[in-house]
Design a protein around this ligand. Structure first.
Ligand code: SF4
Ligand SMILES: [Zn+2]
Ligand SMILES: [Zn+2]
Length: 319
C-alpha cells in the first residue's frame, strides 16, 4: 500500500525512482535512467557517425573534466572502444584559469587513464593566446564590453582544431547536451542568425568546407540526466564552474530555457527538431550559405570568412 512517505517508484522495475522525466511522464530508477541515456547516445551515434569500410577513423573527443564530456567519452569508449578501425583520443584545452582548470584537467586525465585512452592537451600560451586569467584582466583594463567567454569560446575552438590536427582526427566529438543545443538555437534566433543554426553540429550530412566534421551524440539528452548518469557511473568529474563564466549571456539563456521547459515540457526537443528541419530544408534547397567563400587566415592558416580569423583578431586586441 502506498504510504504518505513512499518514494515514487520506477515505472519499469518498481525500484525507488531517482528521476522524473517530465517530458515523457516516466519515473526512473538509476539503472533505467542509465539505460535510457545509453540508448539515446547509441542511436544518435549511429545516425551521426559513418565509418568508411576498410579505412581507419580517428575521433578526437573534446573533454573538459566536466560531466558532459566525461559521459561522452565513456559512451564512445563503450560503443567503439573495441573496434580496430577506430582510435579515440581525449583532448583537453587548458585555458589558464587558476583554481578551475588544473583540477578539472586532472579529472579529464584520470578518465582517459581509467579507460585506457590516449590523452592530449594544449594550453592557450602554446597556441599564442594569453591565459584566460590575463585576458580577464586585460578586458577590465580596456573597459571592453565583451564577456570573457566571447574570447574564450573562439580561442578554445582554435585549441580543439589544433588538437584535431595533432592527432590527425577525421571526426571531432563534442559533449553538447539537449539544454546546450536549445540555448544555442535560442541565442541564434534572438540574433536573427539563421546561418549559425544551419552550421550547427552534427555535420554528418552537412559538411562545412575546411572543417573537421563535428558529432554531438548527447544532443538529445537533458543536462540533468547526463549529470545523474555521471554520478550513477561514478565517473571522475569536476563539479565547479568557471569563475569567469558569471554574467555570460549563456547563463541567462539557461534560465530562460529552463523556465520555458517547465512551462511547456518538451520545449528543448521542439527547438532542436525545428533546427533539424531547417537544416534539412536548407539542404534540399541546394544548401548554399550567404557568406563569401572562406579563405585561409593569413596569420594562422585556419579557414575564415573575414580578412583575418576571429581568433587572430582577438589575439591582437589582447596583446
Ligand atoms: S565559462 Fe567562459 S571563460 Fe570560463 S572556460 Fe567557459 S568559455 Fe571560458
Ligand atoms: Zn527501474
Ligand atoms: Zn587566424
Amino acid at each position: 500500500m502506498a504510504g504518505l512517505f513512499d518514494v515514487p517508484s520506477c515505472d519499469k522495475c518498481r525500484n525507488p525512482a531517482i528521476h522524473h522525466q517530465v517530458y515523457s511522464g516516466r519515473m526512473m530508477c538509476g539503472a533505467h535512467l542509465a539505460e535510457s541515456v545509453r540508448k539515446k547516445a547509441s542511436k544518435a551515434l549511429r545516425e551521426q557517425l559513418f565509418l568508411p569500410k576498410g579505412e581507419h577513423t580517428t575521433i578526437l573527443v573534446a573533454i573538459s573534466g566536466g560531466k558532459d564530456s566525461a559521459v561522452l567519452l565513456e559512451r564512445l569508449h563503450e560503443n567503439l572502444g573495441k573496434r580496430r578501425d577506430v582510435t579515440l583520443v581525449g583532448g583537453c584545452v587548458d585555458e589558464g584559469i587558476e583554481g578551475y582548470r588544473p583540477p578539472s584537467l586532472e579529472c579529464a586525465r584520470q578518465l582517459c587513464e581509467d579507460l585506457g585512452i590516449r590523452f592530449e592537451t594544449v594550453s592557450y600560451p602554446e597556441l599564442g593566446f594569453k591565459e584566460m586569467d590575463d585576458v580577464v584582466n586585460k578586458i577590465v583594463q580596456l573597459e571592453e564590453k565583451k564577456a570573457p567567454c566571447s574570447y574564450c569560446g573562439v580561442f578554445r575552438r582554435q585549441g580543439i582544431n589544433h588538437l584535431a590536427d595533432r592527432v590527425n582526427a577525421d571526426v571531432i566529438a563534442l559533449g553538447h547536451n539537449l539544454d546546450d543545443m536549445a540555448q544555442t538555437i535560442m541565442m541564434n534566433m534572438q540574433n536573427g542568425d539563421l546561418e549559425r543554426t544551419l552550421r550547427l553540429a552534427p555535420h554528418t550530412s552537412t559538411p562545412l568546407e575546411g572543417m573537421v566534421p563535428r558529432i554531438v551524440p548527447l544532443r538529445w539528452i537533458p543536462e540533468q540526466e547526463i549529470h545523474l548518469y555521471a554520478l550513477h557511473k561514478k565517473l571522475p568529474i569536476h563539479h565547479e564552474e568557471c569563475p569567469h563564466g558569471e554574467g555570460a549571456l549563456r547563463f541567462r539563456h539557461r534560465e530562460t530555457i529552463a523556465m520555458m521547459e517547465s512551462d511547456v515540457p518538451g520545449t528543448r526537443h521542439g527547438l532542436l527538431r525545428m533546427a533539424d528541419d531547417l537544416k534539412r530544408l536548407h539542404a534540399s534547397a541546394g544548401g548554399k550559405f550567404n557568406t563569401i567563400s572562406p579563405i585561409n587566415c593569413p596569420e594562422c592558416g585556419q579557414m575564415c570568412s573575414g580578412k583575418i580569423c576571429k581568433a587572430c583578431e582577438m589575439k591582437k586586441q589582447m596583446q
